[in-house]
Design a protein around this ligand. Structure first.
Ligand code: ATP
Length: 803
């Protein structure tokens, strides 16, 4: 506040300086035209001797304005970044307002904030587990009603020759539930589609995905997942748990709900993008922990798949949230299943008991081979699903009713495939061999049940457990092979439908099927060998398939170790997953990345594109830059905000008459964001009205920004009188007065690393006299990509679409 007032007092002085500075700046601007020409390069870069620097010095000036945007984008094109995605502000700004708050509040305030932070992470764990419990019980109860009814009709109709009746009922059940999910997602909240993992990944990377962490999205997601799973689709509830955890985290940590219009007036200090991002990391980890009973896997998942920023204390907090989530879920579900005194149900997904199964060293080669096969299947899955998604984007997605119809068609087909397999393949097993809940006899003899019926008359999660745990001889090779092929195709078709559903379980199920088949093949090749245990092979197959599709390694290894409770099997799982990733990566990207690319999301990869040291900041930056002066006219701010779509503006020295309202030259003094300008305009914090904004009111200014977060008004919503338009605003107290900058001759890899590591949104480019010469944002960096084609690597420059 002190500095704020000081600056306002200084304002008059500034006005006088403006006139004097004007002449100097004009002279400088003229000389800037020659600043980077080849002739001057020796003078400007005496200290540097490298060839690269000399090349940087001899670059064209002013920079060539490259045609970077395209107006029309071919749907399903992987070479265009969508201009509609904005970034989040993960950088903590150094504004006077914030600094004054920190100085005035002292350590007590910081301690309070820290304790609250830990508490919120705990709450995130509890609430995420609560959602997991709801999903589990709802799916359990509804599936029981569905399969009990179907079993009753199948058993009766086999005798009375009316099997078409249970078939039609099965189709009706599936279509009914799937329609609920699809209608909700299509018409109420499309961002709740799928597992939500790609969306959470983008959010943690720093991309603003509209409505991704809203309560409405959570509601649609939860109801949608229950309906999709009960609707019998090849889907699971585990992936959506990660998204649900993220929404819970974003909701609790803000102490308000914009959807319900309620502000609980708590946690206002967490109303910033970087704080929210940390909580969302905790929520995602809590989701994994609840889904798989895997707290460490949850922490590693957020580390591997998501968050772009990590530190030691965040690890602890995320781990706490994951642990609390597992514990809460375990306690409640154990009670629900009748074991109140014991912690019996670790996660939503149960693989059954995996006691220490020994394996021999030579088996590691078999596992690695299976990993390679999993990678191949995964790449095939991704390849077909990519083409299917492009087809959907071109021909289905433009009509909402078509999306719903497709979902209903998949639901009916899934029931038909299941019924046809049960009807035509008479795979009979004696009753009592495995604990299936709804055994159906169909055409089997007395005391027998149909093994395929057992696989289809239960949720996919339970089928995964069956394929892991069923004793040898429970399945025929032909029926299991057919099940694998059909389920594989169904899961490809299902992923990407307009409904909420996860991909983990169908991948685990297809993998467990071919893994079990591998084990059965080995048993046939090497009879009576004790080392062949079908459980091992089913598990390795499941891991390989899932790894081949999603390309996760460390987190998936740990998730599977924790879910099976078998630490000794860690090495085989790790080798399998690494091989699956290598093999899959040889052909294409992981499924989440493919969908992210198809949506044109500007996701920053971990590393800069290889071999890009010959690209300089001056080539990637935008030029000329739209800048504001430290003391700016309201009319000009309004004009810029209306005419430009940019979200950040460098603030330069006053006194320089801006040519054509767009100018790049001017000494950099700070950086201000669009939303800050809007709040200033909305609350009329103008120099001429400072009598209204006495010191007390200015303290309120910070609250004004936080209250509006995260949905700020548009410039069109601000109404200003013509007298107000003539006012001026002092931007200095509000701007980030020491933004990160880069020099124009910095190479792309360095610019990339600074931008990525610091979670930036805008990176002004300056020359050696601190004049703003360009602007780099996420989209400028994401444009450079290396393309693998026929064994060759080529660098490509992507275009940015206008919307
Ligand atoms: P974001 O969308 O990431 O929240 P933004 O809207 O400010 O930030 P982008 O949409 O990423 O910016 O930018 C699109 C293009 O506009 C980029 O090439 C970027 O360099 C350029 N750009 C951004 N800000 C300015 C500015 N103040 N002046 C000139 N060009 C800019």
């Amino acid at each position: 506040m002190t500095s704020l007032l000081r600056r306002i007092e200084d304002d008059n002085m500034t006005e006088t300086l403006v006139d004097n500075a004007e002449d100097n700046l004009e002279t400088q601007a003229l000389s800037n035209d020659h600043l980077f020409t080849a002739d001057d390069s020796q003078e400007s870069y005496d200290s540097s001797s490298s060839a690269c620097r000399r090349r940087a010095a001899s670059i064209e000036w002013p920079p060539r304005k490259q045609p970077r945007t395209v107006e029309t984008v071919q749907v399903g094109c992987l070479n265009v970044i969508s201009g509609k995605y904005e970034s989040l502000d993960y950088d903590i700004p150094d504004s006077d307002l914030l600094l004054d708050e920190e100085r005035n509040s002292g350590f007590k305030y910081e301690t309070k904030k820290n304790i609250t932070r830990w508490l919120v992470f705990m709450l995130i764990g509890v609430f995420t587990a609560g959602i997991g419990v709801f999903l589990d019980i709802a799916i359990d109860q509804l599936s029981e009603i569905k399969y009990e009814t179907l079993k009753h009709y199948v058993d009766t109709c086999v005798k009375e020759n009316c099997l078409y009746l249970p078939y039609l009922m099965w189709v009706a059940f599936n279509v009914f539930f799937v329609l609920i999910s699809s209608l909700l997602v299509t018409y109420v909240e499309p961002v709740a589609a799928g597992s939500g993992i790609p969306q959470v990944k983008c959010y943690l990377n720093g991309v603003k995905i509209p409505r991704v962490v809203r309560i409405k999205t959570l509601f649609v997601k939860v109801i949608g997942v229950v309906s999709s799973v009960v609707g019998g689709l090849a889907v699971g509830k585990e992936g959506p748990m990660i998204h649900s955890g993220a929404v819970v985290a974003a909701g609790i940590s803000q102490g308000k709900s914009t959807t319900f219009g309620r502000d609980f007036k708590i946690f206002h200090f967490f109303r910033e993008d970087h704080e929210k991002r940390d909580f969302v990391s905790g929520g995602a980890a809590a989701g994994v922990a609840a889904a798989f009973g895997s707290p460490v896997g949850g922490v590693l998942f957020t580390l591997e798949e998501g968050t772009s920023f990590w530190n030691q204390s965040l690890t602890w907090r995320v781990f706490l949230s994951a642990m609390v989530s597992t514990f809460t879920l375990n306690s409640i579900l154990s009670m629900y299943h009748g074991y109140p005194a014991q912690l019996w149900v670790a996660g939503l997904l149960s693989f059954g008991k995996f006691p220490d199964i020994p394996y021999s060293r030579f088996e590691l080669f078999i596992y690695m081979g299976m990993g390679l096969v999993g990678g191949l299947f995964g790449a095939l899955f991704n390849y077909i699903n990519y083409h299917l998604t492009v087809f959907r984007m071109r021909y289905i997605n433009n009509k909402l009713s078509m999306k719903v119809l497709e979902a209903a068609l998949v639901a009916a087909t899934t029931a038909t495939v299941g019924f046809a397999m049960i009807y035509f393949l008479n795979d009979c097993r004696p009753l009592g061999q495995d604990p299936t809940k709804f055994p159906i006899q169909v055409f089997c003899g007395d005391g027998e049940y149909n093994a395929l019926g057992a696989l289809w008359f239960q949720t996919p999660e339970t089928s995964v457990k069956s394929l892991f745990q069923d004793p040898p001889g429970s399945h025929k090779v032909t029926s299991l092979s057919l099940f694998f092929v059909l389920y594989f195709l169904l899961s490809i078709w299902t992923y990407g439908l307009s409904l909420s559903a996860g991909l983990f379980i169908p991948s685990l199920l297809t993998g467990a099927a071919w893994g079990r088949l591998t084990g059965m093949g080995l048993m046939w090749l090497f009879p009576n060998q004790s080392w062949i245990d079908l459980r091992k092979y089913a598990l390795i197959g499941a891991a390989a398939q899932l790894g081949g599709v999603v390309r996760m390694t460390i987190s998936l290894t740990v998730i599977l170790i924790e879910a099976t409770g078998n630490i000794a099997f860690g090495l085989p799982l790790m080798l399998t997953l690494i091989c699956a990733k290598w093999m899959g990566d040889f052909f294409n990207e992981g499924i989440y990345d493919i969908h992210i690319m198809l949506a044109g999301v500007p996701l920053l990869s971990w590393d800069p594109p290889p071999l890009s040291h010959d690209i300089y900041a001056s080539e990637i930056m935008s030029h000329p830059v739209v800048v504001l002066r430290t003391t700016e006219r309201v009319a000009r701010i309004v004009q810029i905000l209306t005419a430009e779509t940019h979200n950040g503006f460098p603030v330069v020295d006053p006194g320089h008459e801006l040519q054509s309202e767009k100018i790049s030259f001017g000494k950099l003094r700070g950086l201000i964001l669009r939303h800050q300008l809007i709040v200033l305009l909305q609350n009329k914090i103008f120099n001429e009205r400072m009598d209204l904004w006495d010191s007390k009111n200015l303290e309120v200014a910070l609250k004004l920004f936080r209250n509006e977060y995260p949905r700020y008004p548009h410039i069109q919503d601000i109404s200003l009188s013509s007298a107000e338009m003539r006012c001026t605003v002092d931007l200095r107290p509000f701007m980030n007065s020491s933004p990160y900058t880069v020099i124009h001759s910095m190479t792309l890899p360095r610019v990339f690393r600074i931008f990525r590591a610091l979670g930036l949104r805008h990176l002004p480019v300056i020359d050696d006299t601190n004049q703003v010469v360009g602007m780099v944002t996420r989209k400028d960096l994401v444009r450079y990509r290396v393309h693998h084609h026929n064994g060759h690597m080529t660098r490509e420059e992507l275009k940015i679409s206008e919307k």
